[in-house]
Design a protein around this ligand. Structure first.
Ligand SMILES: [Zn+2]
Length: 325
């Protein structure tokens, strides 16, 4: 794995390309009819994002993933004297984020919190570190930044020199075991590691005053779940804990913002997926037979993708359930 954007499954990628093809055809047709250049239509802008001020000084930047996947969702929180960034994303998005932040405050960017090591969440660290920020992650993520993050970043640097430039990887310099609180007269942010979910080092940012939860890829909104480094049994436990917080707004790692029902929906996917696969195993079915028999219409309503198309996840859960002692 360690793809540039490990959160986007193969199925979603093909979905992106087929959808973007039809969009391109439609837009080209429109451009011909109206004589407007397709760039003026705005639908292809690769850096298209939406910034929302969720509460005073609390911003959510939703990243587009169609027609192009350009990174993870981000956020920033303005304290009395400094700014905390949530998710660096890719280097060019870290640079774009700084421009967005500067429209809202001139306070220094002191911290960038990485929910986990994946490149689409943390490869922009060096851009923010060069700006004066210190990167923070859970202590359980430290080994992944060192063992997986560095080689993955070096590979990206070779493949995308224009974006990755000359800066070296930004390994976090602040680690917390379970919880870290950043607080002043304006804001309180709790960075919490609930356990091994999407990756072993996952952490979330919880704003108790406003009821806002930035989840990283522990909870996503769309066909983005990547299970390659996950522990799905524990992921369910992590989501159960998250759901106990009095959450009003969920800012997922990918996809639209939502409310606490999204956590329940994300949890339901893993509960039902594990259950269906276990039943198949108990009935003596092969992996191929199980793949064919999966049926979860609500998942397609939610993500736009049939549960059968999320092959990586099915194979991962099957492996988890059959390798048990
Ligand atoms: Zn991820």
């Amino acid at each position: 794995m360690t793809e540039a954007h490990p959160s986007v499954p193969t199925a979603a990628r093909s979905l992106i390309s087929s959808r973007s093809r039809s969009l391109i055809v439609a837009a080209l047709t429109l451009a011909v009819i109206t004589g407007v250049g397709s760039h003026a239509l705005g639908v292809f802008k690769p850096t298209e994002t939406t910034v929302t001020e969720l509460a005073p000084g609390v911003f959510f930047r939703k990243m587009e993933w169609q027609p192009n996947f350009i990174g993870c969702n981000q956020g920033w929180i303005i304290f009395d004297d400094f700014v905390l960034v949530i998710e660096a994303s890719f280097p060019n998005q870290a640079a774009e984020l700084i421009k967005e932040i500067r429209k809202t405050t001139d306070k220094p960017i002191k911290f960038v919190f990485d929910t986990h090591w994946h490149g689409d969440h943390a490869d922009g660290n060096p851009i923010l570190i060069a700006e004066g920020a210190s990167a923070i992650a859970s202590e359980q993520a430290r080994e992944q930044f060192l063992q997986k993050g560095i080689p993955s970043y070096e590979k990206q640097k070779q493949e995308k020199p224009a974006e990755y430039g000359k800066l070296n990887y930004g390994v976090p310099s602040l680690y917390f075991p379970k919880k870290m609180v950043i607080e002043d007269s304006k804001q309180r942010v709790e960075l919490i590691h609930f356990g091994h979910g999407h990756t072993a080092g996952d952490a979330v940012a919880w704003l108790p005053k406003q009821g806002i939860l930035f989840t990283g890829d522990s909870c996503i909104n769309g066909p983005f779940n990547y299970t390659g480094e996950s522990n799905t049994a524990n992921w369910i436990a992590v989501l159960t804990e998250m759901a106990k917080l009095p959450v009003k707004i969920v800012c997922p790692g990918h996809g639209d913002q939502s409310d606490n029902l999204l956590i329940e929906q994300q949890r339901r996917y893993f509960v039902e997926l594990r259950q269906a696969i276990q039943e198949g195993i108990n009935a003596g079915k092969s992996l191929e037979e199980i793949k064919k028999s999966l049926d979860m219409p609500w998942f397609k309503t939610w993500t736009g993708v049939d549960v059968k198309e999320r092959v990586e996840n099915i194979e991962h859960v099957y492996k988890e359930l059959t390798q048990k002692a």
